[in-house]
Design a protein around this ligand. Structure first.
Ligand code: CMC
Length: 391
């Protein structure tokens, strides 16, 4: 049966060394390049965090200006990519369109596909970070039958994205600064999380020498699952299904029932066994955003009741299950007018910064080799082929 370590779900296998993100799951610590997530959330912005993840250091003023300039230079998507969208059915899930559109980038931008060339790798990273919001907004607008908007390069990253999402011709978009700030914060908190399933996927695909767009597209599809980035969409659907705080108790009961496949979405984490530091920040932001936007969402009451009920329930306490980053993020997205199906796309925009930083680190690390897990074989022993009439 083989002589390999059996580690289902890679709970105790380090697949790589990395200098990008540090997590201490017992203490609830998350650092990007050494900087605590709480400080970055309060003082930085998403584009600066993307620079930090990519380059290892916070940018000086002129470095940031140059980076922002490069990003704005690459925000357009190839005009032909629009035709690509036209091929999708009108009710296609935006994550399906996003994964396909990003994979197709390697068909549009061939001049930066030498994975051995540091300049090519950097250019692909810039292109991806720059184009993700443009492509994401196109996914949304296609799904509601609206014409695409070109990126307004006089705006900052998050504002530009919100304009591409919601702007209507000849009507100036009045977006509350609170909305932009909240989205920027969510992007910072989602930007990286070391060797999670999608990042590990990017690295595994990257280890074959596949081009950066193919590698990131693989990350997007891994992110889509409800146990990973799809959880934010699943949380909102769950809260809507529960509907009112008085139904919370039944939901908690169902989540504990091993014969019921229902889980509390937005609860639990492989690494955090004390609290998810991102959830703490998001929870606070959620209350603030709703108050400042004057939104009174009854789902917030359901979420708070659910959190309270689970946190004092023996089942959840014993298993160290706490709200994770996705528990409150959906309520914020909803308050910003972002539809539920777009939630995981939001996550993907932010995580692109982390994915491509890991992909670059992998290619910069001498001695990297193709990822090739082994298995414990449990199938039939050797046997002879029988003609179909004799089986
Ligand atoms: N509701 C009910 N029970 C749960 C939950 C939950 N959300 N999460 C874990 N458990 C139970 C699980 O049934 C198991 O119980 P037992 O020991 O009796 O069999 C125990 O807790 C350990 O769970 P596990 O599935 O072995 O833990 P894992 O580390 O493999 O899974 C997880 C981690 C995040 C996939 C899981 O907690 C989960 O499915 N949570 C809901 C989905 C979710 O919110 N995902 C987002 C994660 S954070 C953002 C991201 O990564 O994208």
């Amino acid at each position: 049966t083989g002589h390999f370590t059996y580690d289902v779900g890679y709970g105790s296998t380090a697949s790589t060394k990395s200098a990008i993100t540090y997590i201490d799951g017992d203490q609830g610590v998350l650092l990007y390049r050494g900087y605590p997530i709480e400080q970055l959330a309060e003082k930085s912005n998403f584009l600066e965090v993307a620079y930090l993840l990519l380059n290892g250091e916070l940018p000086k003023q002129d470095e940031f200006a140059a980076f922002e300039n490069q990003i704005t230079h690459h925000t357009m998507m190839h005009e032909s990519l629009k035709n690509f969208f036209q091929g999708f059915h009108h009710d296609a899930h935006p994550m399906a369109m996003l994964a396909a559109a990003v994979a197709s980038l390697s068909a549009f931008y061939h001049d930066d596909l030498d994975v051995e060339d540091p300049a090519d790798r950097k250019l692909a990273a810039i292109r991806l970070i720059a184009k993700m919001p443009t492509i994401a907004a196109a996914c949304y607008r296609y799904s509601i039958g609206w014409p695409f908007r070109y990126p307004r390069n006089n705006l900052e990253y998050v504002d530009r994205f919100l304009h591409m999402m919601f702007e209507v011709p000849s009507e100036p978009l009045t977006m509350s600064p609170v909305a932009a700030k909240a989205l920027d914060l969510l992007f910072i908190l989602h930007a990286d999380h070391e060797q999670n399933a999608s990042t590990s996927t990017v690295r595994l695909v990257g280890s074959t020498g596949a081009n950066p767009y193919a590698s990131i597209a693989a990350g997007i599809t891994a992110l889509w699952g409800p146990a990973h980035g799809g959880a934010n969409e699943a949380v909102l659907k769950m809260l809507e299904e529960i509907g009112t705080p008085d139904k919370v108790e039944t939901a908690v009961k169902r989540a504990k029932d091993k014969n019921d496949s229902f889980r509390l979405m937005g609860f639990g984490h492989r690494v955090y066994k004390n609290f998810d530091p991102r959830a703490k920040i998001i929870r606070e932001m959620c209350h603030k955003v709703l108050a400042e936007l004057g939104v009174n969402d009854p789902l917030l009451d359901v979420a708070m009741k659910l959190e309270e009920a689970a946190l004092k329930d023996e089942y959840f306490v014993e298993r160290k299950l706490y709200p994770n980053v996705d528990f409150y993020s959906g309520i914020i997205y909803k308050a910003l007018g972002i539809p539920t199906e777009m939630f995981t796309v939001m996550f993907a925009i932010a995580r692109t910064a982390g994915w491509i930083s890991h992909w670059i680190e992998q290619h910069e690390t001498p001695g990297s080799r193709i990822g090739r897990p082994r298995q414990i074989y449990t199938g039939a022993g050797v046997r002879d082929y029988l003609a179909s009439g004799n089986r």
